[in-house]
Ligand binder design. Structure first.
Ligand code: B1M
Length: 207
């Protein structure tokens, strides 16, 4: 039994096998951070690559993310003990007035799989709620999702509310109608058109 088995179980969407394999690896004395990096994060990076290349689709990404999450639940207490578990804190949500949360959930799960500590505020989130959570969690990154052209302006309101509160969290945005030009226009730190891209973007912003 090796970390490769954990990697393979995530890539095979086997959410039932992953927790047991991680428990065994912990018992064998393997460092939790090594299991996270080489088992879970490496597998999600690979799944993300296949998605970007059009080899996998949203349902498969969600299944891989579910397997990753099942493993992360087992690993989290160990990671907390060893410290330095996360590479950054992300507060994420779908903006005010918008109930679409499938893409946002996927982005949140991929970010978690990518090594971030993620606080998901859900959908229909007021700018003030993003501000309060970013302050409380000391977020490095605030992630905003919008699927409606009518709710996109709340992204700008949220960027402004964070600035007015004096917070330095970097804002990343995404969702079907959103563009890089829009991100630049409203003063967001970046935009991604998919979940793996959001992980890459977030990693580049916390370096
Ligand atoms: Co709605 N809806 N919907 N809908 N819906 C769209 C978005 C729409 C394009 C359909 C259409 O008309 N062709 C249209 C918007 C038109 C527009 O504004 N231009 C639309 C509409 C009009 C509406 C209602 C107004 C309909 C009505 O009631 N008259 C209504 C609005 C409700 C509201 O929000 N207030 C509504 C309602 C709904 C449902 C509730 C029925 C349901 C949502 C269920 C849910 O999310 N829990 C729904 C759905 C499912 C859709 C479609 C069909 C699919 C959206 C989806 O989940 N895609 C959608 C049409 C479409 O997109 N084909 C549509 C899959 C998901 C994985 O992709 O969310 O794009 P996506 O996320 C991607 C990327 O965008 C990116 O990464 C994700 C993964 O790769 N991404 C980010 C997303 N967030 C990111 C954040 C990042 C980075 C990347 O950084 C933080």
């Amino acid at each position: 039994m090796t970390i490769q088995d954990i990697y393979k179980a995530v890539v095979d969407f086997d959410d039932e096998a992953v927790p047991g394999l991680i428990e065994k690896e912990i018992k064998a004395g393997t460092d939790a951070k090594k299991i996270l990096d080489e088992g879970l994060i490496a597998a999600m990076d690979y799944v993300g690559k296949l998605f970007s290349e059009g080899e996998l689709f949203v349902p498969e990404m969600l299944m891989a993310a579910t397997a990753m999450k099942a493993g992360l639940n087992i690993l989290k207490p160990q990671l907390a003990k060893s410290g330095g578990a996360t590479i950054g804190v992300v507060v994420i949500g779908t903006v005010k007035g918008d109930l679409h949360d499938i893409g946002k959930n996927l982005v949140g799960m991929m970010l978690e799989g990518g090594g971030f500590e993620v606080y998901d505020l859900g959908a229909d989130v007021e700018p003030a709620k993003f501000v309060a959570a970013a302050k409380e969690k000391k977020a490095n990154i605030v992630g905003l999702s919008a699927l409606l052209t009518t709710t996109m302006p709340y992204m700008e309101d949220t960027v402004n509310a964070l600035k007015e509160a004096g917070l330095t969290s970097k804002v990343i945005i995404g969702g079907a109608p959103v563009t890089a030009a829009y991100a630049e226009k409203i003063g967001a730190a970046g935009y991604s058109d998919d979940a793996p891209g959001a992980v890459e973007l977030a990693r580049s912003l916390v370096k």
